[in-house]
Design a protein. Structure first.
Lengths: 89, 407
């Protein structure tokens, strides 16, 4: 955890993207119908109203209605549906 | 669904089990792509996989305790497999229909038994009587065809037409011409057929009028057609006997000293044509006339099984093979000509003749090789010639003269 904090601090000081050094997930929202999660660590929950994925040091929760996992591989996943919220825990 | 996924084919599956997300994680870890995943109910999940990854994904699902069910399949490979089955059925149906329809027609005519009358004459007569390639044989009458052909071709004495599938087998027999035998008792004399030196006379009947070591010319009488005995001249008779003589021959043959030999250049052009009955479909432009210095090789493949069936379908493969003419010296030309001359000489003197000696001389003039044979042979030269009425009367006069002078 200390290493993660140190990498996060370093990336802030050097003004470079955090995911480049620390492997933090990058989440890209396209309106309220599509979300791209890069750098995930696997699915934790999968339902039509809630999809949760593990990230480095956090948990990404996507809430919505009629959620679908459009595609997924080792590095990224795409979720479509009517999005209500994207939360980090 | 994008084009690549459609081209490679896809499989829509539904898996059921606890924590379906663990199955998705396993697929992602194993680099098995999937898309359009949807969870319609708890413990149930649908997803689409590439066709090639189906077995791998099924193994993973079974390893994790999920039940596996294929819901749908699609894409180009499945379309092609369905089309392939349909195309095969369609081809079989077309072939069966063709076979059924074509079995009522004549697609080939086979002629046998003719020696002097040509196939073309027989085919022409058959066509005039309704038997031709492409015509129906269902309504033909064996008797009317036979009568029609025999009337048109007087040289034939018998014929029959039988159908073997789509092949009309025509068997003919020709009239024979008999040579009138010469009456054996007709008075005749033996004359020399060739010039020669007499070496042996065997006069079994008749009177020899020549002797051994005497030279005779063609047409000269050797054994006359009357017999002689103690009572003088008797006859006329048919002279029988053999007269052997030594004969000489000079024969010349010529051959060019060089010959033109075809040497393939390796350049080949292949063309195809389809023949449906009498209709020809060329799969090439222009004519099929062979260009200069080019061999034309035609190979035909007919859709037929001998004795079973025959379809009016022939694929013709035409190959043009280019060559150049190269002049080469004719090796062993003299030996070859000498052999041919010996054969010709043996043929001239017949099988009972004997070649006693043969010498060859060769000369070359203007690129041509001349070989001359000088041969000495021994052969039978006597041949029978019927006596004329005057000769018979003359012999009869001699008989009466002998009877008058005899006491």
């Amino acid at each position: 955890m200390q290493t993660q904090t140190w990498l996060k601090t370093l990336s802030q000081r050097l003004d470079i993207p955090a995911e480049a050094l620390s492997g933090a997930p990058r989440i890209t929202l396209s309106g309220d119908g599509r979300v791209l999660v890069e750098g995930h660590r696997g699915l934790l929950e999968y339902a039509q109203e809630r999809i949760a994925a593990a990230g480095r040091g956090c948990k990404i929760i996507i809430k919505g209605e009629g959620l679908r996992l459009l595609s997924m591989n080792r590095h990224e996943l795409v979720v479509t549906g009517h999005l209500w919220a994207v939360e980090l825990e | 669904m994008n084009l690549v996924r459609w081209l490679t084919g896809w499989v829509r599956v539904q898996v059921t089990g606890a924590e379906p997300e663990s199955f998705l994680n396993a697929l992602a870890q194993q680099n098995v792509p999937f898309w359009e995943s949807f969870a319609p109910a708890d413990y149930t999940m649908g997803l689409t996989l590439p066709r090639g990854q189906k077995n791998r994904a099924q193994t993973l699902a079974q390893a994790k305790g999920f039940s596996w069910c294929v819901v749908a399949e699609g894409g180009l490979p499945y379309v092609l497999s369905r089309l392939k089955a349909r195309a095969l059925l369609g081809l079989l149906a077309v072939a069966a229909a063709l076979l059924f329809v074509s079995s009522g027609f004549i697609w080939d005519i086979e002629i046998s038994g003719n020696e002097t009358v040509s196939d073309g004459e027989i085919l022409q007569a058959l066509a005039e009587c309704g038997i031709d390639v492409g015509k129906s044989w269902l309504s033909y009458s064996q008797d009317s065809v036979r009568n029609g052909v025999l009337l048109r071709l007087p040289a034939l004495r018998w014929m029959t037409v039988s159908m073997q599938g789509c092949r009309a087998v025509v068997t003919v027999r020709e009239k024979r011409t008999y040579i009138e035998p010469v009456p054996e008792k007709e008075p005749a004399r033996l004359v020399a057929a060739k010039a020669g030196l007499i070496t042996q006379i065997n006069d079994l009947r008749g009177t020899a009028v020549t002797e051994v070591n005497k030279t005779v010319l063609p047409g000269e009488t050797l054994v006359d057609g009357y017999a002689t005995g103690r009572l003088g001249v008797q006859g006329p008779v048919r002279a029988i006997g053999t007269v052997y003589a030594r004969t000489w021959y000079e024969m010349t043959m010529a051959a060019p000293e060089t010959v033109s030999v075809k040497v393939p250049t390796g350049e080949k052009t292949t063309r195809f044509a389809l023949i449906l009955g009498k209709i020809r479909i060329n799969f090439y432009k222009g004519s099929s006339i062979c260009p200069a210095e080019c061999d034309k090789i035609i190979e035909s493949y007919t859709a037929a099984k001998t004795g079973w069936f025959m379809l009016p379908l022939t694929l013709e493969k035409i190959t043009f093979q280019a060559y150049t003419l190269e002049t080469q010296a004719l090796q062993e030309g003299q030996e070859e000509l000498s052999g041919q001359l010996m054969d010709a000489l043996q043929q001239t003197i017949g099988s009972d003749g004997e070649i006693l000696s043969a010498t060859f001389t060769a000369s070359r003039r203007e690129g041509v090789l001349y070989v001359t044979l000088h041969g000495q042979c021994q052969e039978q030269i006597a041949t029978a010639v019927p006596l004329t009425e005057e000769e018979i009367l003359l012999i009869q006069e001699r008989i009466s003269t002998t009877e008058e002078t005899d006491p």
